[in-house]
Design a protein around this ligand. Structure first.
Ligand code: SAH
Ligand code: SF4
Length: 325
């Protein structure tokens, strides 16, 4: 429309997606007149950081405000040379897991591709350098917003963008089948984690009320399909809750499901204010649970709770912000 040569597309794309430019001012290889014309037509970013919460363990959480006033969370997790960003895909979540702050008020809306990408740039600003790893584990069910997410991840993987390899991206899902099919068809080959949380159908239904039909058998099938399509196994995530899914029986049933190949992430539950009866088991119980899995040969990762002091489990900062006005 502005009659510019086509190479400007690449210049602008690189400024925004690779270098994370916050505005047109910094784009010094673009003529000033064009920068002004663009700034009048559309801002580089539609979101802004409303609050920033550093935590003693080095993680930092951002509350990002969208143009309509809603807000989502994202987290920077620095670890040695790694700078991992954890990003959201929806305002709220419709799945309604009983232990999760993101789903407490249901789903409000899907994020746009640009709103997903801008979280990555805000986190890059905070880190002072581009992110090296990405986990889609913030607010929302990623596969309920799969089209916008796939587009965002393509841009993240673009050589003109951050040039991420798919191995540096992990997507966590409660496992809606339809969204999963779309992800498979998209050809994106990220790492996939499935939020299991229970080895029995009735208990899973209780903990993950609207996780699609989501029977254990269907989730197993999803894992097999993913392996066949991508050559990579999925990881099962298991949030451990005191007296709910942490018995020896649960551990043995989980071990039978997983065998010796399936990775399991066991995550002691972070407390959430709206479910005061739910909590992580005492350390001895967590260790006993893990020991049963290890004895059965299950590749196990017992996750540390990071960022607990800034309410790191997804959705909690937004709840706190809403209750503090
Ligand atoms: N909706 C997707 C991705 C976001 S949640 C999913 O559910 O997989 C990312 C992970 O955080 C999930 O495994 C989820 O179960 C976990 N999680 C949510 N609330 C938590 C809490 N209070 N304590 C510990 N983990 C929690
Ligand atoms: Fe949604 Fe995931 Fe939270 Fe469940 S754990 S409510 S699927 S964000």
């Amino acid at each position: 429309e502005l009659g510019e040569p086509s190479y400007r597309v690449r210049q602008l794309f690189e400024w925004v997606q690779q270098r994370g430019a916050p505005d047109y001012e910094v784009m010094t290889n673009v003529p000033k007149s064009l920068r002004t014309a663009l700034a009048e037509r559309m801002p580089v970013r539609s979101t802004r950081v409303r609050r920033s919460h550093p935590s003693d363990d080095g993680t930092s959480k951002l509350l990002v405000e969208l143009s309509d006033g809603h807000a989502v969370e994202c987290v920077l997790i620095p670890e040695g040379e790694r700078r991992t960003g954890c990003i959201s895909t929806q305002v709220g979540c419709g799945v309604g897991c009983v232990f999760c702050a993101s789903g407490a008020d249901g789903v409000i809306r899907n994020l746009e591709t640009s709103e997903i990408l801008e979280q990555i740039h805000h986190l890059g600003d905070l880190a002072g350098e581009p992110l090296t790893h990405l986990v889609v584990m913030g607010m929302g069910e990623p596969l309920h917003n799969v089209e916008a997410l796939v587009e965002a991840l393509r841009i993240v993987q673009d050589p003109w963008g951050l040039d991420f390899s798919p191995r540096r991206i992990t997507l966590s899902t409660s496992g809606p089948r339809q969204g999963f099919e779309t992800l498979l068809r998209s050809g994106l080959r990220v790492k996939l984690a499935i939020s299991l949380h229970a080895p029995f159908d009735d208990l899973r239904k209780e903990l993950v009320p609207r996780g699609g039909s989501g029977t254990i058998q269907e989730l197993q099938k999803m894992a097999t399909d993913w392996f066949e399509a991508t050559g990579r196994d999925v990881t099962f995530e298991y949030v451990l809750i005191d007296g709910v899914n942490d018995s020896d029986d649960h551990a043995r049933a989980l071990a039978r499901l997983c065998g010796r190949n399936r990775n399991v992430n066991v995550i002691p539950m972070n407390p959430v204010p709206f479910a005061p009866d739910l909590r992580a088991p005492p350390a001895a119980r967590t260790n006993a649970f893990a020991a049963i899995l290890r004895a059965a040969g299950v590749p196990l990762h017992l996750r540390r709770q990071r960022g607990d002091d800034v309410a790191a489990a997804c959705g909690q900062l937004r709840l706190a912000d809403a209750s503090s006005g």
